[in-house]
Design a protein around this ligand. Structure first.
Ligand code: NDP
Ligand code: 2IT
Length: 450
């Protein structure tokens, strides 16, 4: 009993998570060519202010399971920067969640949101709660308990949470229900709501579709290539992965992989999304091993059977790779394997899925590389469209949201590639994204004063 409590405390107070420093270090390195170009950046201490969150909120979430046993989890909201608009970013429910992980995600979100050109600041939140194996009522009770602690800090013009790993429209629905009961407010305080009450059409598809719209534009502009008939690899089997695969297939690509925390599916005839959805959607988190049982010719590789920090999902011949699961899931060895297997583009759907050494290698070898803060920004952009619809009491149709998303992803690509060129970093979309986003946020921070 005591041992278990100490082990949990150690995990939630862990200081060995380096993802925040990894994210900051990448951004600051990109900014080197421009920090000296404007003396106001130093005068207003923009870099120091930018890497320090406005607020780190931590709270205790107490809830009862189906057997009336009491459980305690940590809940968090990191409000990092609201210079461009209300704090905005998802909630992640996963046992690996710590302050460090959420700080990295909230920091990245500032830049991603700036790249959309929309008026939204950066935030992230969540809990170390593990949704795996929980009943629907347990999820509901947890969400209600989480919102009881979170509600004083959020608001349609203050901070608007949404989904991320472990949080989809079901969880957002329960969170919204509780917010409404406590505050008697019916407004756009959360995005990613079910369509039945205030959600936007296309929000579930938005991140994955946006990733593919970005990839289509980048491949067309840089290589005069299309996705039609091309073999692609995708990791993950959640919201982002499923909709990335769906759009790739609609454009005629052949997607041969998907994965989850335990293993990878390789299906040379193309992933059958109906089967993946049956295993993974609506809170079902069944193993992908079930896919190989149903589809002859497909192969399941358990993660633990794969050697030396490499991942099976990246060790297959492909034209383009789409990491859509989680941070640091594509390592240096994976990058070497992708290059060996002829991959010409890596387009991030997840947040920071590629390790820094892997990015450096891909760039050196002229593989087109798009950072998540550019290519996965379609999700948060459609969240902002949902906020707009809620504020004006409108409902836009699917095609309108889809057209606006496609246009916005093209704009992001243009902004990022032109900025890279302008600063003599042609085709370095990491630097292009960081510099373009920084300039927008820094200007707002200067103009609002200290
Ligand atoms: P989901 O919870 O829907 O799916 C996550 C997927 O990633 C699952 O297949 C899960 O496997 C797998 N996964 C999670 N953790 C690990 C791990 N440690 N190792 C290997 N696989 C793992 O989340 P989303 O699809 O929403 O999010 C995926 C990524 O996209 C995250 O990086 C998220 O931050 C990012 N993102 C999400 C957006 C959104 O709108 N939802 C917007 C922009 C970015 P399993 O099924 O076993 O749990
Ligand atoms: O990482 C992300 O951009 C998200 N999880 C979506 C955030 C949002 O507010 O829609």
């Amino acid at each position: 009993m005591v041992e278990k409590i100490l082990a949990n405390l150690e995990k939630s107070n862990c200081v060995t998570d380096n993802t925040f420093l990894q994210a900051v270090s990448e951004v600051l390195t990109s900014l080197e060519p421009i920090v000296k170009t404007d003396s106001r950046y130093e005068q207003f201490a923009i870099l120091e202010r930018l890497v320090t969150p406005d607020r780190v909120i931590q709270f205790k979430v107490q809830w009862l399971d189906d057997n009336n046993h009491v459980h305690i989890n940590n809940g968090y909201r990191i409000q990092f920067n609201n210079s461009l608009g209300p704090y905005k970013g998802g909630l992640r429910f996963h046992p690996s969640v710590t302050t460090g992980v959420l700080k990295f995600l909230a920091f990245e979100q500032i830049f991603k949101n700036a790249l959309t050109g929309l008026p939204i600041g950066g935030a992230k939140g969540g809990s170390d709660f593990d949704p795996k194996g929980k009943s629907d009522f347990e999820i509901m009770r947890f969400c209600r308990a989480f919102m009881r602690e979170l509600y004083p800090y959020i608001g349609a013009r203050v901070d608007v949470p949404a989904g991320d790993i472990g949080v989809g429209s079901r969880e957002i629905g329960y969170l919204f229900g509780e917010y409404k009961r406590i505050t008697h407010q019916y407004d756009g305080v959360l995005s990613g709501k079910p369509y039945a009450f205030g959600g936007s059409l296309m929000r579930p598809q938005a991140t994955g579709y946006g990733v593919v719209y970005f990839a289509r534009e980048m491949l067309s502009q840089e290589l005069q290539e299309t996705l039609e008939g091309k073999v692609c690899t995708v990791s993950g089997a959640g919201n982002v992965a499923i909709h990335t695969i769906e759009k790739l297939q609609q454009l005629g690509a052949i997607v041969v992989t998907c994965s989850d925390s335990d293993g990878t599916i390789y299906d040379p005839r193309g992933i059958d999304l109906t089967v993946v959805r049956e295993l993974k959607e609506n809170g079902r988190r069944l193993s992908l091993a079930g896919y190989a049982d149903q589809i002859p010719g497909s192969v399941y590789t358990q993660k633990s059977d794969y050697p030396n920090g490499a991942h099976a999902v990246w060790n297959t011949s492909c034209f383009a790779a789409f990491p859509c699961a989680t941070q640091n899931e594509l390592t240096l060895i994976d990058a070497q394997n992708l290059i060996k297997n002829g991959c010409v583009a890596v387009v991030e759907g997840a947040n920071m899925p590629t390790e820094p050494e892997a990015i450096a290698l891909l760039q050196r070898e002229s593989v087109l590389f798009s950072p998540g803060k550019a290519s996965n920004a379609g999700g948060v952009a459609v969240s902002e469209f949902e906020m707009s619809q809620n504020a004006s009491m409108e409902k836009w149709d699917f095609d309108k949201v889809d057209r606006k998303l496609d246009e916005l992803m093209r704009q992001i690509y243009k902004r990022v590639s032109l900025t890279a060129k302008e600063y003599d970093r042609e085709r370095n979309f990491v630097d292009g994204a960081n510099i373009a986003a920084f300039k927008r946020v820094a200007e707002a921070m200067i103009l609002e004063g200290v």
